[in-house]
Design a protein around this ligand. Structure first.
Ligand SMILES: Cc1cc2nc3c(=O)[nH]c(=O)nc-3n(C[C@H](O)[C@H](O)[C@H](O)COP(=O)(O)OP(=O)(O)OC[C@H]3O[C@@H](n4cnc5c(N)ncnc54)[C@H](O)[C@@H]3O)c2cc1C
Length: 322
């Protein structure tokens, strides 16, 4: 990594930068301070130039802007062509993408074009004394953390949203904004319609009230929702409830669901499997409510409430009302 640049793919939609970029910039700056590297961003889209200044404020030294009508819709092939071209031109040591839907569609294509390795779904990046970079990601369904070193160059990784700390915004920061010529491809992507964005609601929430198989029937979500509403939060769920069709997948917390890092996480009738813990262990304050005092979630909880969630939640609501 010594003196090698860091390039961050700056995902945006409608000119609004995805908050994962601020987290990647936070890590990029940390690496830059240690290695003397520069931090740059690749910003692609149509009418996105305004977002470049925001990326500078969060830590980019240079923002390469590919602003063209042909990039208005996220097309992995067109985006790949331009990002891979930029990597070839500026030769960074490390290229980072958010492990979002778009990032996960783009990163493998760029890696293939560059014949580079790719670590997907990383949760941490650690610089070693010898200047190499460890990429850490859950493995074996979240039971272990694998530390990966890449032999190929550049090092490439996708990192999960909410896994890293966001950099601090400083609007007085100076950086270069470089407009790049856009390469186009014959596209096969056609947007037929657009669903409502859901992905970020649970990931970005400050309060998550998560429920597990302690819930007896789907209708009882109303009780959990009442607690989440009272705390200004959102409802999360363990995977079995999603698999049973009781709640949609975008509420699932965990290894194969969404990574959450709220200020307050309350787990109701959640045992704390490794796959679940992989998605919430970095939450601020963790409260666990369970009738079984031996469950794993209690081991990482700040507050452990042993009891029936159907009795505890109404008491909490009563106290909150007061
Ligand atoms: C490849 C793979 C990926 C996975 N990904 C995920 C993932 O992303 N997220 C995830 O959550 N799981 C995931 N799982 C599933 C995971 O292994 C567990 O099965 C799951 O997390 C358990 O969910 P749970 O805690 O709701 O259920 P259980 O383990 O059955 O726990 C239910 C808990 O409720 C308590 N309880 C029961 N009644 C009450 C009551 N009235 N009041 C209070 N407590 C009560 C019980 O004591 C128990 O501790 C994955 C599994 C695999 C194999």
């Amino acid at each position: 990594m010594e003196n090698k640049g860091v390039l961050i793919y700056a995902e945006q939609e409608g000119g609004k930068v995805h908050p994962i970029c601020f987290e990647l910039l936070g890590k990029g700056r940390e690496l830059a301070e240690k290695t003397g590297a520069t931090v740059s961003c690749a910003l692609l889209g149509s009418g996105v130039s305004d977002a470049a200044q925001e990326l500078v404020a969060y830590g980019a030294d240079t923002v390469y802007v590919f602003d063209d009508e042909s990039l208005a819709v996220f097309d992995p092939l067109a985006y790949k062509l331009n990002v891979a071209g930029l990597v070839g031109e500026i030769a960074p040591g490390l290229v980072l993408f958010g492990a979002t839907f778009a990032g996960k569609a783009l990163a493998p294509r760029v890696a293939t074009a560059l014949e580079a390795g790719l670590t997907s779904n990383g949760i941490a990046l650690e610089l070693q004394d010898d200047g190499s970079l460890l990429q850490i990601r859950p493995a074996f369904t979240g039971n272990f953390l694998a530390s990966i070193k890449t032999k190929s160059s550049p090092i490439m990784a996708t990192v999960r949203y909410r896994a890293l700390e966001a950099g601090t915004r400083d609007d007085s920061r100076q950086g270069a904004i470089v407009r790049k010529e856009v390469q186009t491809v014959q596209t096969t992507v056609k947007v037929l319609g657009k669903g409502a964005a859901k992905e970020s609601s649970i990931a970005a929430a400050d309060v998550v009230v998560c429920v597990g198989r302690g819930l007896k029937k789907a209708e009882d979500f109303a009780l959990v929702k009442e607690l989440a509403d009272a705390l200004g939060g959102v409802v999360g769920a363990t995977r079995p409830l999603v698999d049973d069709g009781w709640i949609s997948k975008d509420h699932q917390v965990g290894f194969s669901g969404t990574l959450v890092k709220p200020k307050l996480y309350i787990g109701c009738g959640v045992s704390g499997s490794p796959q679940h813990l992989a998605g919430m262990r970095d939450s601020g304050t963790i409260v666990a409510i369970n009738s079984d005092p031996s469950v794993s979630l209690f081991r990482i909880a700040d507050y452990s409430v042993v009891g029936d969630m159907y009795e505890i939640i109404p008491q909490m609501l009563e106290a909150l009302k007061k």
